[in-house]
Design a protein around this ligand. Structure first.
Ligand SMILES: NC(=O)c1ccc[n+]([C@@H]2O[C@H](COP(=O)([O-])OP(=O)(O)OC[C@H]3O[C@@H](n4cnc5c(N)ncnc54)[C@H](O)[C@@H]3O)[C@@H](O)[C@H]2O)c1
Ligand SMILES: [Zn+2]
Length: 336
């Protein structure tokens, strides 16, 4: 099979590799679509994210869908032919965090495209059978791949305990902010404002149901009423502090965006208004919800796709966002 392999910063080559074989409890998936995430682009440009360093050749890509082509020992043979969305982080399923139901916090997580685990910019991958989630035909291949970023939005809304009638502010209208917006609406929020500095992304937020959009360069002063929930999806430190300050009393801030490691905290607002703050780390138990929301038409992830590339164009796909400010989410389709 062919795989797009990152050898070092700015250096991706197509390699021939053996098709991986399924071990016990695993399935082989022929990849149909794989989304490019900001983290893939970051590894491509810098060869590292924080303490994760690309020290040996790495296959990028962790937002993937495809078709099961083979099964390992103990996996029902009738799974062959199933269309699946891949949940790209497989935990050990035995540690304290896993047993407490928080498998996203498993210290032994093996996550696609995080050194040294290969990802899905390839024609085939192998994954744990329970992490290859069957999808109905009403969900296309690109949308099935994008259930991964959608899961980040679902998890943020769960952590924020969004319920009917909530007033929400989403900061950052990238792919994550745009799924967080749609999830907040699906969870029953009636007032969802979205801020960004990119007019094209704000226009898309409006189209996807934002009740107000805010040009972040003009500040958050224009918000009608203080939001009860902040879904911070920009990762831009000054934006984070300002958005926390905009929250209503007893508000909740969910910090999804990853930016500078340390941010200024508006402590008096946190104390006087008894604000709650939490981070999020990926997601757990989100695929059934993601599948249901997309199948029911409550969330549109296809609308985020602004470009489609072949596997041999992986490098172009990885840099599309840098070249074109109107780019939102690009996908690679290895078999076309
Ligand atoms: N916590 C997690 O598990 C998790 C998972 C996936 C992604 N992330 C993080 O979520 C963030 C969003 O991901 P993405 O793929 O949408 O990234 P992105 O870079 O496409 O989106 C960030 C958006 O923030 C906007 N922005 C910049 N300055 C701003 C400001 N002052 N106010 C409001 N918006 C501003 C940018 O224009 C951009 O549209 C990233 O930091 C990413 O690392 C976290
Ligand atoms: Zn574990």
């Amino acid at each position: 099979m062919r795989a797009a392999v990152l050898r070092g910063p700015g250096d991706v080559v197509i390699e021939d590799r053996p098709v991986p074989r399924a071990g016990p409890g695993e399935v082989v998936v022929r990849i149909r679509s794989v989304g490019v995430c900001g983290s893939d682009t970051h590894y491509y440009e810098h060869g590292r994210i924080g303490s994760y360093v690309v020290e040996q050749p790495l296959v990028l890509g962790h937002e993937a869908s495809g078709v099961v082509t083979d099964v390992g020992e103990d996996v029902p043979a009738d799974r062959v032919g199933q269309r699946v969305s891949i949940e790209p982080g497989v935990p050990d399923l035995t540690c304290d965090q896993c047993l407490a139901g928080r498998y996203n916090l498993c210290p032994n997580m093996r996550f696609f495209a995080t050194p040294p685990i290969d990802g899905a910019f390839a024609e085939y991958v192998v994954v744990h059978e329970a992490f290859a989630h069957p999808v109905p035909d009403v969900i296309g291949d690109d949308a099935a791949a994008l259930l991964e970023p959608l899961s980040v939005g679902i998890w943020a809304c769960r952590k924020a305990r969004i319920s009917a009638g909530a007033r929400v502010l989403v900061t950052g209208a990238g792919p994550i902010g745009l799924v967080a917006l749609q999830c907040a609406l699906a969870f029953g929020a009636t007032d969802v404002s979205v801020s960004d500095v990119n007019p094209a992304r704000l226009a898309l937020a409006r189209e996807l149901g934002a009740t107000a959009v805010v040009d972040a360069r003009e500040g958050l002063g224009g918000l009608d009423r203080p939001p009860q929930v902040l879904l911070e999806c920009s990762g831009y430190p000054p934006a984070i502090a300002e958005a926390i300050r905009a929250l209503d009393r007893a508000g909740r801030a969910v910090l999804v965006g990853m930016g500078g490691d340390e941010i200024p905290l508006p402590l008096s607002a946190v104390q006087e208004r008894e604000l709650e703050l939490t981070g999020t780390f990926r997601y757990a138990n989100t695929w059934p919800t993601a599948i249901a929301l997309v199948a029911a038409g409550r969330v549109d992830v296809d609308r985020l796709v602004t470009g489609t590339y072949r596997l041999d164009q992986a490098e172009e796909a990885l840099t599309a966002g840098r070249r074109d400010p109107s780019s939102v989410k690009v996908v690679v389709r290895p078999r076309t």
